[in-house]
Design a protein around this ligand. Structure first.
Ligand code: NAP
Length: 291
């Protein structure tokens, strides 16, 4: 019997997950199809329930359903509960288990590709959506020395900083945590003093209204910091172009995308993901879509 995995989101026009996940499944000659399941909000509950059917191994969950899905499944692992979002659902005999592999992907790319060790480092996170929450908790658990959260909607930055501070206090951590207003002088100062800046906003994303925009001005980018942009299409965003111009180290979102997908692949199939194959399939798919 052919089995199925899908990515559930809306819209999925530019998703490359089907390309690189199918390449990995084909590498192992598994009789499994990975499909794009574009689902409107009113159909989300039935789409999630369908995952319980025996032919379905599970799904990736993407924007805008990572938070809602958490409440529609049977069990959620500790890290996904902490973040408040699942990006991977696994069907175990009709029972749906939720995981968040974004943080794993983020940290693996940070260490293996950017060669950056986060412990005791000063960090600025730009954005406060689902990705920023995963990145924030991942960095906190890695014991960074400070975490500044800035977001266009300040209330969301304050809420994320509050959740992180509560976790830090409960776990007797010394990380300094603060929210700052978007494009404020306080933020410019914090950016100038930090060692890692992570863009978790969608600014710079291809085929969006903000394709040409950067969350930071070029003269505010410190040359000694690592600039990490989660946006993976295009491979060099306006922020990364400016950072390269300023002499800073940079990393884009593609390695994270592949690593989070690789962790999901292992959860569904129990097999080690063929990273090189996934990488080249993702790159080809991005080239095809003009990335
Ligand atoms: P999300 O929950 O929708 O959050 C979007 C964030 O971007 C919010 O903080 C939002 O601020 C901010 N934003 C949007 N438009 C903006 C603008 N014009 N000016 C300033 N800020 C703006 O999305 P998400 O899931 O966190 O994803 C964020 C980005 O990370 C996306 O580009 C996504 O593709 C990327 N991502 C990459 C990976 C990977 O594996 N590489 C994984 C996950 C996500 P407000 O709160 O003010 O609206």
């Amino acid at each position: 019997m052919t089995q199925f995995i899908g990515v559930i989101g809306y819209s999925l026009k530019h998703s490359v997950s089907p390309d690189f996940q199918q390449a990995a499944l084909d590498y192992y000659k598994l009789d499994v199809r990975y499909e794009a399941w574009e689902v409107k909000a009113e159909n989300l509950v039935s789409a999630i329930n369908r995952l319980r059917q025996p032919q379905n191994l599970g799904a990736n969950i993407t924007v805008p359903y990572k938070e809602t899905t958490l409440h529609l499944i049977d069990e959620v692992d500790d890290f996904a509960s902490l973040v408040g979002a699942v990006n991977t659902v696994v069907n175990r005999d009709g029972k749906l288990m939720g995981f968040n592999t974004d943080a794993y992907g983020f940290l693996k790319a940070l260490r293996d590709d950017a060669r950056f060790e986060p412990e005791n480092k000063r960090v600025v996170i730009l954005g406060s959506g689902g990705a920023a929450r995963a990145v924030g908790f991942a960095l906190l658990q890695e014991k960074v020395s400070s975490l500044i959260i800035a977001n266009r909607t300040l209330a969301k930055a304050e809420s994320l900083a509050g959740s992180l501070a509560k976790y830090a206090a409960n776990n007797k951590m010394n990380t300094e945590i603060a929210a700052m207003p978007w494009q404020s002088s306080k933020l410019t100062e914090a950016v100038g003093n930090c060692q890692l800046i992570v863009n978790c906003t969608s600014l710079g994303m291809k085929r969006s209204l903000y394709e040409e925009e950067s969350p930071l001005a070029s003269d505010s980018i410190p040359k000694d910091a690592l600039i990490y942009d989660l946006v993976y299409n295009p491979s060099e965003t306006p922020l990364l172009r400016m950072a390269r111009g300023a002499g800073a180290n940079t990393i884009g979102g593609l390695p994270m995308l592949v690593y989070q997908g690789a962790a999901s692949f292992k959860l569904w199939t129990g097999r080690e993901a063929p990273l090189d194959i996934m990488y080249s399939a993702a790159k080809q798919a991005l080239l095809r879509t003009g990335g």
